[in-house]
Design a protein around this ligand. Sequence first.
Ligand code: PHE
Ligand code: NA
Length: 449
Amino acid sequence: MSDLQNGREQWGSRLGFILAAMGSAVGLGNIWRFAYVTGESGGAAFLLIYILCILAIGIPILMAEFTIGRRAQSDVVGSFQTLAPGRPWVLAGFLGVASAFIILSFYGVVAGWSLHYFVQYFSGGPDVGNGGDYGSYFGEFISSPLAPLIWQFFFMALTVGIVFVGVKKGIEKSNKILMPLLAVLVLVLAGYSLTLGGAQEALSFLFTPDWSSLRDPNVYFAALGQAFFSLSLGMGALITYGSYLSKKDKLPGAAASVAGLDTLFAIVAGLMIFPAVFAFGIEPDSGPGLVFITLPGIFDSMAGGGLYGLAFFFLLSAAALSSGVSLLEVAVAYFMRKFQWSRQKTSIFVGLIIFAIGIPSSLGMGVLDHVSIFGRDIFDTMDFIASNVFLPIGGLIIALFIGWGWKKADVLEASDLGDSVIGTIWMVILRFFAPIAIFIIFLSSIGIL
Ligand code: PHE
Ligand code: NA
């Protein structure tokens, strides 16, 4: 079989790889998480720092992950063990597998909400006949003990199903069709939303920075975490995807298009959500429910809105699925090699464990809502540990590994950058700028700087 290399699968084409990496990047992070984190962090100043994080830290580390994966041709743990046997860099690999478990556990909860909304739109939408108090509808739904768990289980089953089928037939195929559809729909909805009357306020919220908020270290911390989360960075999803790439493809272009598309998606999603936030008088900092409360309002106000709702939550669920698949694949690729299990057995086993880990995050919205860990509920705690702590630390180790743990000439060749100006800038960023920036953002967020 031509798509097997050392017994591992390979992407069918370079385009298939880029689309799968885009599918990993574009997900709930661009719409659900981006909207509520931007809303909570005050808007434009956060957005500015976020974009700086993408450009100066995100893209270079994205390139680093592709480079590591393609050269090593192994999963996130095996890659470090192959490239630097017996050295401590492999810590990033174990952190990555741990992050995959944690992130997918709560990601599945939100993806389950999205699936639930999708299905509601078959019969007129959520809260149909109740006057459209979507805040209460959402609150009641997520705090009920059983229903969200069933949807979360359903999402995990779909994710396992795709990983079960394999890299090329499962992951590559599902991305090709659905991603462009989602892009078109988000653009149409943003265009419509900007006519709602909240447009003026939304544009100034998103693009006119309140400079004083730059004095709050948490804005930087939130922006860094969101950049890593949104780009699927720091936990080896892109090392794993890079490892299914044959030697001859060009990495820098792939890295730039993945980051560019992901960021564009987030900004257009912001243009879709925030006009509605202001038009309907919802507080921008209302938290993780933001899109589940504002979007049904948009659909309500549109002619034929029910169909838009149906299409939107279908595509959001599909985007979540392609991201969930990349999270699961990190853990599955590792355990398959480690224990010599079949792909089928591994994906079911790991999927079940991750579902179980996610149960408390879902129950924390209802029966376990008295549980608070340093002021955060269970769900937020999982998200915080993974997105704001594990991913940046993983990224820091990856940057240092490429910058210092590997011979420079070798790195430049492995990355396709070669002896170029961009190659030099990339190395300087990975050696000095990115590690120092991440370190400083950490220290200031815990109040040391
Ligand atoms: N990037 C995905 C999103 O924006 C989430 C994700 C994080 C996927 C980390 C893989 C790894 O939804
Ligand atoms: Na994203």
